[in-house]
Design a protein around this ligand. Structure first.
Ligand code: 6R9
Length: 698
């Protein structure tokens, strides 16, 4: 029997039943599709799967999905145990496959999957696939920033490299449960480092190499790593970035603040910078190439519990302090493997490319773990997508015969602006599935991606998920049902999305509200590192009994889910999550800034951009130089990707009598919707609104 509360998906005439009828009544359209033509029907925008594609897909139709979905909800223990049994467990998990409490009114929030099971995710990615006969299969194709510079590793070779580093880490005192910070660009050494940590049970925390020294320091202070792994410099497009300088400054600051990291393993990335010119601290710094290759290529696995921590990844929230999202081993392993296989209809012959950086969750789950668990061939690209020109992605697709291409809407929109010629000059015949992640994809970008990049042949998996969820939550299964441009469609197996109103009442049928999830899924994060209370208040207190995502969402008459963006103080710039409070604290660190308020506004390519209202300290004049140095303060305190697009001078900020900034009004002023300011009578001083409007273009 299915959990009766999931019935919102099935009970109403608006949902599955209707959905099936539509597919049947759309048979005439399917005929056209068989002729090689994708049909989008005008009123409901349905885009039907290609018949041949559907026939070969893991989930070939909606009926099969429904059967599997119902089972995953009705018998999660059985469903996920079956998925888990494809992997190697030194010892099987205990009687209880999972236990959970999501309801803070009933005690501490607690989620566990495969507790008592003993396994290792690195073993399952590498050794297991080698035993299955894939030792000589390419695990990673690496494409450098400069065209023509490339490399590759088979599964055998990858295991050797990982083992050497794992042995080095062990020799230097890194033990099970210790944390390791990895601050590397997209070199093969990045996934190698992650896997080496996992092999010995160490907890990795990858910090995106675009973060500033201050951000890196903050993370070092929080998780107190035994060692930091980095490289001397990186090349992105024509720019060289001196990474080691950033690390040096983070390490010296953090040691003054009480966390002294004694070892900095530095990969010499000679194509970007020679060793000789790299600044060096003899007692602390070690060149990777001098020590790691000397170690044995065999390294015993540290067997860990299904609930032992795998990694920490810091993400932005609505306060200034980043949150250390903690994922554990067993559930994350099964969930990333299963979502990768089904949402991309992965087959062993695929060549898979995800453009995300391993510094974000997408790179963890869908550059490294998900694909490697499936024994896939993964492409890792070092550079920027439009270097040396906007055709680079398709050049790479043709070079490696990429079959699955997974990227972000911001890249799609920017390539769309560069013109179709950059796409159509390449064959792209190898492509069969496209994917999108990071923010809602607007229907026009979806159609361009579908029609121009995919030649109207390739289904698009618009995957909605989060750092916290570990893997896909709402996503198309290519081939299984018709798509609607801009909709992430339906929930993945085991996921029970609910849409609630402000009072936490579950809405049924066609509706819009806040997106929550009922019941746990294996890939869910288990806590915020060192702050379980913040975990509970941020995610489980707004709507007791549910996990609250922070996103708004609507469900249409056919049951399709449409994500509408964040409803909290988080801005999504080019798919990167940035907290307004983080940017505000970076601005007020500037000696001439008295107060700052930051909002997100729509941006044609980036999706959203950062718009900052700044009140300078008494007596300081407004000037363009001051604007520049304020922006610089954000770049140095967070990273270049968080730089405000616009600084708007504010003699005062619109505040309520209790001193709360009314961001709603600031958002309207920032997007120049001046006739939609709404009620401003509750402001302590309504005059500030006119002052702000007067300063809009100065
Ligand atoms: C995977 C990732 C999570 C936030 C999330 C939402 C937005 C991600 C989306 C999407 C609409 C999609 N988001 N994918 N919105 N459609 N397909 O991006 O994780 O960096 O934690 O960001 O991104 O707002 O809440 P993360």
């Amino acid at each position: 029997t299915i959990n009766p509360s999931i019935s919102s998906l099935f009970r109403h005439k608006t949902h599955a039943g209707n959905h099936l009828r539509r597919i049947n009544s759309g048979l005439w359209k399917l005929k056209a599709v068989v002729m090689g033509e994708a049909v989008a029907s005008g009123d409901d925008q349905l885009i039907f799967p290609n018949h041949d594609f559907a026939q070969q897909a893991h989930v070939p139709n909606f009926q099969t999905y429904l059967e599997m979905y119902k089972r995953s909800i009705g018998d999660p223990a059985g469903f996920w145990s079956e998925m888990a049994s494809e992997f190697y467990w030194k010892k099987k998990w205990g009687q209880q496959v999972f236990s959970e409490n999501l309801d803070i009114t009933k005690g501490d929030v607690n989620i566990q999957w495969f507790k008592g099971g003993i396994t290792n995710i690195c073993y399952n990615c590498l050794d297991r696939n080698i035993e299955l006969g894939n030792g000589d299969k390419i695990a990673i194709h690496w494409e450098g920033n400069e065209p023509g510079v490339d490399d590759s590793l088979t599964y055998n070779q990858l295991l050797e490299r990982v083992s050497q580093l794992a042995n080095y880490l062990k020799e230097n005192g890194v033990k099970k449960g210790d944390s390791v910070i990895i601050y590397l660009p997209m070199l093969m050494e990045l996934p190698i480092s992650m896997l080496a940590c996992a092999r010995i049970g160490a907890v990795h925390s990858v910090v995106f190499a675009g973060f500033s020294a201050e951000s890196l320091e903050q993370r070092i202070l929080d998780c107190k790593p035994k060692i930091v792994i980095t490289c001397n410099a990186i090349k992105r497009g024509t720019k060289v970035i001196n990474l080691k300088d950033i690390v040096d400054s983070a390490l010296s600051e953090s040691s003054q603040n009480g966390v002294n990291v004694g070892l900095c393993l530095t990969y010499a990335n000679e194509s970007a910078m020679k060793r000789e010119v790299t600044k060096w601290q003899e007692e602390r710094d070690v060149w990777w190439q001098d020590v790691v290759p000397k170690h044995s290529t065999k390294c015993d696995v540290e067997w860990v519990d299904g609930e032992d921590p795998l990694f920490l990844l810091y993400t932005s929230g609505s306060t200034g302090k980043p949150k250390g999202v903690l994922h554990t081993t067993g559930g994350y392993m099964i969930y990333t493997a299963a979502t990768f296989k089904y949402a991309f209809d992965y087959k062993p012959s695929d060549i898979y490319w995800c453009t995300a950086d391993c510094g974000w969750i997408t790179g963890h789950s869908y550059v490294a773990y998900g694909p490697l668990l499936n024994g896939a061939t993964v492409l890792v690209y070092e550079g920027v997508p439009n270097y040396p020109n906007p055709g680079r992605c398709w050049d790479i697709v043709d070079k490696y015969k990429v079959t699955i291409f997974y990227t972000a809407p911001t890249l799609v929109r920017s390539l769309m602006r560069d013109g179709n010629e950059y796409v159509t000059r390449y064959s792209r015949k190898s492509l069969r599935v496209l994917g999108s992640v990071g923010e809602p994809i607007n229907p026009s970008a979806w159609r361009w991606f579908y029609n121009v990049v995919g030649d109207s042949r390739c289904p698009i998996s618009d995957t909605w998920w989060q750092t916290e969820t570990g893997g896909f939550m709402i996503t198309p299964l290519p081939g299984a049902w018709p798509q609607k441009p801009g909709s992430a469609t339906f929930p993945f197996f085991g996921v029970q999305p609910v849409i609630v109103d402000e009072k936490g009442k579950e809405l049924e049928g066609e509706c819009s509200g806040y997106l929550c999830v009922k019941a746990s899924w294996p890939g869910a994060f288990r806590t915020l590192f060192g702050d379980h209370e913040r975990y509970e208040t941020t995610y489980f207190s707004a709507f007791p009994g549910y996990y609250f995502s922070g996103d708004g969402c609507s469900r249409d008459k056919d049951g399709y889910y449409w994500l509408t963006g964040r409803v909290d103080d988080v801005i999504n710039v080019s798919g990167h999550r940035i907290g307004t409070a983080e940017v505000e604290s970076a601005l007020v660190l500037h000696p001439k800034c008295a107060e700052a308020a930051v909002v997100g506004i729509d941006h044609e390519v980036k999706g959203q951009c950062i718009y900052a209202f700044v009140t300078p300290v008494e007596g300081v004049e407004y000037s363009d130089d001051l604007k520049k140095s304020l922006v610089l303060s954000v770049r140095t305190n967070i990273g270049a990707f968080a730089a405000p697009e616009k600084i708007h001078w504010a003699p005062g900020l619109p505040k309520t009598r209790s001193g709360k900034i009314m961001r709603r009004i600031l958002r309207k002023i920032a997007s120049r919707q001046l006739d939609e300011l709404g009620d401003i009578s509750t402001l302590a001083d309504p005059n500030v609104v006119d002052q702000l409007i007067a300063l809009a273009d100065s």
